[in-house]
Design a protein around this ligand. Structure first.
Ligand SMILES: O=P(O)(O)OC[C@H]1O[C@H](O)[C@H](O)[C@@H](O)[C@@H]1O
Length: 881
């Protein structure tokens, strides 16, 4: 038996070792500093009564991320030196957080890293313990370590016994999946889930994001329940999580989101059910086919169906609980089913006490955590098995039927019965800590006069119900009587809606403010609305409160560009903005805005500037979308033009040359343009209206067959000071303006060797003209016979000297952004976070945009816009070039 000795190492405290909502989280490099990890571990041992350490059994493990294996060896040596009797270590240092909890209960009593201490009930340490740990970290002077204890081979299952000054010390490396599966089998009916998974109508997909859940998923879903191996995504744990961020949400679980038809979609039919886990497998995201289940709904639905669907709960639920910011969907279930209900502060540890006291069976948090009293942690795999059990139950007599009851059916039925809590959360990250504190203090002080609060909000949105109560959430634990104060600020509305503000306990830089917005809708005929729409009034109300003054509502915060703006209708108010990279709405709190765009008389230009005619004083100007004060005045435009008008600038409006602003009316049967010249040091001229005639064409509109109509100008690009339009394989129209007095001159370029195939082989072709670095390009989209589906995309570059289009395979590392009515802009892809040599086209009515690499032509990626409103118009908002 190997003997080891104990060394006392001198150390000095590190700042900031305060455990947050769930342990101490820092960058790996911080934990790798000499003594950093050791100080925290010794402070933890020192925070416990001596008899909880000496002779104790502890479980040490990680989620497989980089440095986990080293940390396990260090902690083992420190445990030996501190008199621990036995250490259980997950094989390869892999153990999910729920498995740790299960194992403690059963056997014992990328670039971020964290260390968390769980107590003998298997749950996270309560504040009394974490406070003590923190205070120890501030005074620590030495730690104990068995430096001569050899590293244990943690890849091999088995016990190694060592001998130290206080007697034997065992390191037991074990496979935690065995305990975990055993536990799951006591909770769920694996046979009925197996039948569901065997049904040819049921398809399934699980994404472990290269975290530890992969190990459990393979064992449970594939080996035990018979799912196909191909249903597992990223299920091999990796030290760097495969370069991704293991967060089970719509942003980070991209591959799953795409596969489920919610993001980039392929032609494949999405699976019926999808789920993802985080790195340590305690959190989960549940998806149906093209459908996202909010975590708040998920826990409510599990609670509503548990007794019938999950054997462990067949004798009834002891109670249910949610964290304060989680939506009140669970409250309604508790009320209807007459269950005990608890609202606790954020952090899983608060559920543990209730469960230990037999008061709570199921609980959940909006932060993608769901679980039950089978352990004292949230449990990602458990949540998936719970959903599979509900699906299996709902389909038990229907597996041979035409259509299975789907996830979406279950959620919609639930809303129909209990009402729907439209819900969203916004995060302001990396905020100055002082400013965040001040904001929270303001939100608290405003609560002293609800009539003022209501007046403030009503000035902005009269359609928001009254705030009837407001407080700072405080929780008195019903079991041990401990009180947790300052747990977030709540504004509660008369119709059951809520606005909650809270400082995050897990952010690693500065402060993170979270705003939770929840609108309750009882009327079952209104539970199917678009969530963005339903939340719009409260969102604005939230910003009003947060800013604390309604008159500052016109001071918009600026959204990042390029982005996509979806407008509901021709003259609707504010468009919804979407980020291009993650396809989610960025108009995320009603305060983020693009100046000028809310105005019905605003048109975007490929140069980024937005041409605005103010609704209040009819002043006309070009607006920089990223700077509310960035306005270039234009001559007064005598009347409003239709919102479908298109606007082009002949060059840079803030350069030394004069610039023509061209507006083309695009209404049917209208061949009118407006123009003005300004800048360049010359006298500004007023707007001129010009009715143009660039020839006639056969009218193909129903009822007008056989007649001729004037050709409208629709695809226009400005290049080298001129405007080009209506490109066909045979010719391109040219519009230039003479200098003073400015007048339009129309001409055309006859293409020397016309392009083959005027139209698509099957349907039609759309030609977009785009200027890029002083060159003129034409993008032709070839459409299928439905006149909608693009099956090929070809890009040509104009050779002005030869008067010839040449097909190209790249566009110089740029990205082209096209939009109806024939808008084409171009930017350096790298600078804008876009894909190089790619073309982007939005389809507002289909709630998506398409991306195609120029050289790949017909290979088109569809990016679905998550939670997009019903919209007719999609516009690219560009940075000014
Ligand atoms: O404090 P926040 O950043 O909102 O995070 C809150 C979350 O933190 C951790 O993940 C805890 O395990 C969760 O129980 C909690 O909901």
């Amino acid at each position: 038996m190997v003997l080891f000795s104990v060394t006392k190492k001198a150390t000095t405290p590190f700042d900031g070792q305060k455990p947050g909502t769930s342990g101490l989280r820092k960058k790996v490099t911080v934990f790798q500093q000499p003594h950093y990890l050791q100080n925290f571990v010794q402070s933890t041992f020192n925070a416990l009564p001596a008899d909880k350490v000496k002779g104790a059994t502890i479980v040490v493990s990680g989620d497989g991320r980089y440095f986990s294996k080293d940390a396990v060896q260090i902690i083992t040596k420190m445990a030996a030196a501190n008199g621990v009797r036995r250490v259980w270590v997950g094989q390869n240092s892999l153990m999910s957080t729920p498995a740790v909890s299960a194992v403690i209960r059963e056997r014992v009593g990328a670039d971020d890293f964290g260390i968390k201490y769980n107590m003998e009930n298997g749950g996270p340490a309560p504040e009394s313990v974490t406070d003590k740990i923190f205070s120890n970290t501030t005074t620590i002077t030495e730690y104990l370590i068995a430096e001569d204890l050899p590293d244990v081979d943690i890849s091999v299952v088995g016990v190694t016994t060592f001998s130290g000054p206080e007697g034997p010390f065992d390191v037991d490396v074990f496979d935690s999946t065995i305990d975990y599966i055993k536990l799951m089998k006591t909770i769920f009916d694996f046979e009925s889930i197996k039948k569901l998974l065997a049904s040819p109508k049921f398809t399934f997909c699980y994404d472990a994001l290269h975290g530890v859940a992969g190990t459990y998923a393979t064992r449970i879903f594939v080996e035990e329940l018979g799912a196909a191996e191909s249903s597992l995504l990223n299920c091999v744990p990796k030290e760097d999580f495969g370069g991704g961020h293991p967060d089970p949400n719509l942003t980070y679980a991209k591959e799953l989101v795409d596969r489920m038809g919610l993001g980039k979609s392929s032609n494949a039919e999405p699976p019926e059910f999808g789920a993802a886990a985080d790195g340590d497998a305690d959190r989960n995201m549940i998806l149906g086919k093209r459908f996202f289940v909010t975590p708040s709904d998920s826990v409510a639905i599990i609670a509503a169906n548990a007794v019938q669907s999950i054997p462990y709960f067949s004798s009834g639920l002891k109670g249910v609980a949610r964290s304060m910011p989680t939506s009140a969907a669970l409250d309604v279930v508790a009320k209807n089913l007459n269950l005990k209900f608890f609202e606790v502060p954020t952090g899983w540890k608060f559920f543990g006490n209730l469960m230990d006291a037999g008061m709570c069976s199921i609980c959940g948090e909006e932060s993608f955590g769901t679980g039950s009293d089978h352990i004292r942690e949230k449990d990602g795999i458990w949540a998936v098995l719970a959903w599979l059990s509900i699906l299996a139950f709902k389909n038990k007599d229907n597996l041979g039927g035409d259509k299975l009851v789907t996830v979406e059916d279950i959620v919609r039925q639930h809303w129909g019965t209990y009402g729907r809590h439209y819900y969203t959360r916004y995060d302001y990250e990396n905020v100055d800590a002082g400013a965040a504190k001040e904001l929270m203090a303001n939100l608290v002080s405003m609560q002293s006069s609800l009539s003022d609060v209501n007046k403030l909000i009503k000035e902005i949105r009269s359609d928001v119900s009254d705030v009837v109560a407001a407080d700072e959430f405080e929780y008195k634990d019903p079991v041990d009587g401990s009180v947790s104060k300052h747990q977030g600020v709540r504004y509660l509305f008369g119709d059951g809606s809520r606005l909650v503000f809270r400082l995050s306990g897990t952010g690693s830089v500065g402060a993170t403010i979270r705003v939770y917005i929840e609108q309750y809708e009882k009327d079952s005929s209104k539970t199917g609305r678009d969530s963005q729409d339903a939340l719009a009034p409260l969102r604005t109300g939230g910003v009003t409160l947060e800013i604390g003054r309604s008159d500052r509502m016109d001071e918009p915060r600026v959204a990042p560009v390029p982005c996509l703006a979806l407008k509901h209708g021709a003259d609707s108010d504010k468009p919804v903005l979407f980020s291009i990279s993650d396809a989610t709405a960025i108009d995320n709190n009603g305060g983020v805005d693009i100046p000028g765009l809310t105005n019905g008389n605003a048109w975007v230009t490929p140069q980024g500037w937005i041409r605005v005619r103010s609704a209040s004083d009819a002043s006309t100007f070009l607006q920089n979308p990223q700077d509310p004060d960035g306005k270039i005045p234009l001559p007064h435009l005598p009347r409003e033009l239709p919102s479908t008008c298109s606007c082009r600038l002949s060059g840079k409006p803030n350069g030394s040359e004069s610039c023509i602003v061209l507006l083309v009316e695009t209404e049917e049967d209208v061949t009118v343009l407006w123009y003005c010249r300004f800048g360049g040091g010359g006298e500004g001229e007023g707007w001129v209206r010009h009715e143009y005639d660039v020839g006639t064409q056969w009218d193909i509109r129903p009822g007008k067959e056989g007649q001729r109509e004037k050709v409208p100008i629709c695809s226009i690009a400005a290049c080298r000071g001129k405007f080009y339009f209506n490109a066909t394989p045979e010719s391109v129209g040219v519009l230039e303006f003479t200098p003073t007095p400015t007048a339009p001159v129309f001409g055309s370029i006859a293409i020397a060797d016309p392009l083959p195939g005027g139209y698509g082989v099957l349907g039609a072709a759309l030609g977009f003209l785009v200027e890029a670095e002083d060159d003129l390009y034409m993008v032709r989209l070839l459409l299928d016979r439905d006149f909608e589906t693009v099956y090929d995309l070809i890009v040509y570059k104009m050779d002005f000297s030869e008067q010839q289009w040449h097909e190209v395979d790249d566009i110089g590392g740029r990205a082209f952004l096209l939009a109806p009515a024939y808008f084409g802009a171009s930017r350096a892809a790298d600078e804008c976070g876009l894909e190089k040599d790619s073309v982007y086209v939005p389809y507002a009515h289909k709630k998506c945009f398409e991306v195609c690499k120029v050289e790949e032509k017909g290979d088109i990626d569809v990016v679905n816009l998550i939670e997009a409103p019903d919209a007719k118009i999609g516009m690219w908002i560009m940075p000014t070039d």
